[in-house]
Design a protein around this ligand. Structure first.
Ligand code: FAD
Length: 407
């Protein structure tokens, strides 16, 4: 008698999904389960490098690699498709081009840009969300420089770049742009004094939650690169001409800009709400073993999930570090389930630190409790980037895609 193999379907080949699959394929035998990985594209991209591709400081092909290069095809079937709905009651996933049944499902489809209902942001601002969005930002900025150079009636506002948000993504993008602008000025014969790089942030501080001394260093370094900070300033609207911000109690001010990049919010993937799964801003508050509330067979990991840090009673920030650790835990729990174990492991994040780049040559970081800035922190950032490659694809992937420009 042959027993039916359980079907495991993993949605999303980002940090969380790919980590789940690459760990699980090592843990289980060919006859233990059928694993299907579904992803929009046939490649994985390093989301944490997208600010570099957006600024044009790293080629977009450097931030992605084929999914086929890291999966074992005798154990994992890869389906390139987009999941549109999860029918939990029927244990089915609806894809754009078909459907899949599952016994166990892992939702790892990442997040989406959160615009908080601010008028015009969806239409007129860019968001650093995937490889093609990054390419569009890079191309758009270059087009602004080229057009400025060639138009008779010069519109200087074209050369203003506004970044909404002084969180991790916004600051890392500003760092790259600070390095890229002098190059763009040389490439397109534009006077650097005409270019403006403005960071607008509604909160009263830059990089909330980061060590204040490190934040001061970051702000000073970015200001040296020409960044102008407008902190405690809320964007009210984005228009084809730029942004409108609140000024004082009742007044507003227009900041004209050829490029607006919105980097101020993450919410869960819209497929979650569409599927009727209980969520907060599209993120599922998971049980300690990473399963959806009340579910025996659906795991949710990465930016699609939400976990509370009990020490401060606030959600853990959505990070690649946590997504990958959840992927490992999810793989162990899936292996336990298919082997009939009832007890699953509770996920415990092991936060090793956080490093925020300020361009390829500078950074700030708090790693294993130690503060670092400058070249040392920048070296650490590249090691963190290389570690993500190592954990998913091993040493050969590091050799192919790793960052070795460590000086
Ligand atoms: P992702 O890595 O975003 O992957 C989701 C995958 O699902 C993608 O491949 C996508 O194509 C696919 N997908 C989406 N929808 C569907 C669908 N419907 N059907 C099929 N496939 C789908 N975190 C850190 O820890 N450190 C950092 O330094 C850092 N820097 C960052 C810099 C930038 C510019 C950005 C944008 C983020 C940064 N983050 C950082 C956050 C980090 O990138 C995310 O937390 C992480 O990518 C989340 O991993 P994930 O697996 O949930 O989703």
């Amino acid at each position: 008698m042959t027993l039916k193999k359980p079907k495991i379907v993993v949605l999303g080949a980002g940090y969380g999904g790919l980590m789940t699959v690459t760990k699980l394929q090592k843990m289980i035998g060919v006859n233990e389960a059928d694993i299907t990985l579904v992803n929009k594209n046939d490649y994985h991209y390093e989301t944490t490098w997208l600010h570099e591709a957006s600024a044009g400081t790293l080629h977009h092909d450097r931030v992605r690699y084929p999914i086929s290069s890291v999966i074992e095809r005798n154990k994992v079937e890869f389906v390139q498709d987009t999941a549109v709905e999860i029918k939990a009651a029927e244990k089915k996933v609806i894809l754009e081009n078909g459907e899949l049944d599952y016994d166990y499902l892992v939702i790892a489809v990442g997040g989406e840009s959160e615009t908080f209902g601010i008028k015009g942001l969806k239409e007129y601002a860019f968001a650093i969300v995937n490889v093609n969005a990054a390419r569009q930002i890079k191309e758009h900025i270059e087009l602004q420089f080229a057009t400025y150079q060639n138009e008779e009636d010069k519109k200087e506002d074209r050369l203003t770049i506004v970044v909404g948000g002084a969180g991790f993504t916004g600051i890392e993008f500003l760092g790259e742009m600070g390095n890229r602008i002098p190059e763009l000025c040389r490439e397109y014969d534009v006077d650097p004094n005409k270019v403006k790089l403005i960071c607008v942030e509604a909160a009263p501080m830059v990089l909330p939650g980061f060590d204040p001394e490190l934040v001061s260093y970051a702000v000073a370094q970015l200001e040296k690169k020409g960044v102008e900070f407008k902190i405690g300033t809320a964007i009210k609207e984005c228009t084809p001409e730029g942004i409108i911000v609140a000024k004082g109690e009742n007044e507003v001010e227009e900041i004209k800009a050829g490029t607006v990049v919105w980097a101020a919010g993450v919410r869960g993937n819209s497929i979650i709400e569409k599927s009727g799964i209980e969520a907060m801003r599209g993120r599922v508050k998971v049980q300690p073993d990473l399963r959806a509330p009340g579910s025996e067979d659906i795991f949710v990991i990465g930016d699609s999930s939400l976990m509370i840090n009990e020490e401060i009673n606030r959600p853990y920030p959505p990070t690649a570090q946590i997504a990958m650790q959840q992927g490992e835990c999810c793989a162990r729990n899936l292996a336990a389930l298919i082997r009939g174990k009832a007890e699953l492991e509770a996920f415990k994040p092991d936060i090793k630190g956080s490093v925020c780049s300020l361009g390829h040559d500078d950074a700030i970081g708090l790693v294993f409790g130690k503060k670092m800035v400058g070249a040392k922190a920048s070296f650490m950032k590249k090691m963190v980037d290389n570690r993500a490659l190592l954990l998913i694809g091993g040493a050969s992937l590091v050799m192919k895609k790793g960052k070795f420009n460590v000086l």
